[in-house]
Design a protein around this ligand. Sequence first.
Ligand code: AMP
Length: 375
Amino acid sequence: MLLPGATLGVLGGGQLGRMFVLAARVMGYRVVVLDPDPQSPAGQVADIHLKADYSDAVALLHMGGMCDAVTTEFENVPAKSLEMLAKHCFVAPSPAALAVAQDRLAEKSRAREFGCDTAPFADIEDEGDLVHAWSVVGGPALLKTRRLGYDGKGQARVDSLDDLVAAHEELGRLPCLLEGFLPLHKEISVILARNPAGEIAFFPLAENRHARGILDLSIVPAQVPEATAETARQMAARIAEGLDYVGVLAVEFFVLEDGRVVFNEMAPRPHNSGHYTLDACATDQFQQQVRALCNLPLGDTRLLSPVVMVNLLGDIWRPEPNWGELLRHPGVQLHLYGKAEARPGRKMGHYNCLAPTVEEALALALRTRAALGIG
Ligand code: AMP
């Protein structure tokens, strides 16, 4: 068990790293961030910011020497870097778990092994696999790059074999997954934490609405039947246990029109759809990441209030949103990530709307969103 006073490290300096650093420092840990960007959101608030590439051997050695445990805020960390660090300190999640989450084929195949339902899918290594994939999946379908896709990037809808050939070329003929297009009723996420002792704690399910492929709103509690929520929790737990996962894990599911719960993807870290926990749960997802990494007993995940989270993207910086208008609502809690430059689609911050009922929280979210010019 690593107690306050220990030094924790995080690979990656984005907003997820920043919120981890803030949580850890409040709890009395020292935190080292590795990120090449001198202005990085997490670097700004860390005790020590190592400004170097994620595969810089000298920086990794330095980090490993200073830290008692290291985690990551994104899935595309080079496996070698984690292996190097693991020689010096405790590293979680494991390089093997990250490797699964980096690759859509691996994550869907493993999820199936663990008994989760998925969309029909077929692997496309190169052009030679297109006809076979089309015969297995058929249309309508989505073509997704196996790696590095996020927020709807690296994917295309296809309705014919000709579409598929054109889309594959458009995506640079990268290894892809062809996936059946499903009739979605809702999208939900389960965020859980698992510590090295194997204890699991679930946060309340979030119901997620996207705009142009990027998370727009999370509504909690999710408006789904308890049986649906329980199915999703059980699937997420089987994945965490199957991978011997340590840390915070986010698992996204589709709820189909016929009620089926289908695994979509996972993130081996805290997740945008868990930001509501910062203001609405007894323990938030970043405090829980600290607890899991340090092998502490996991915190109470109880929901203290209905909540709706609204994402703030760079699109509304013209040049700066009217924060006065937003903050005149007592139920609004604002979180900004310290990013100097606003770009369209860039996640700049979020806010949580708390209210006595989820309907009121949603109404507050929609009203304030409109006032900020979102949507
Ligand atoms: P992903 O990057 O896999 O999370 O996909 C981005 C978004 O595309 C999801 O949040 C869904 O709204 C939609 N989507 C992804 N896969 C499917 C599918 N198989 N059927 C229908 N919609 C999908």
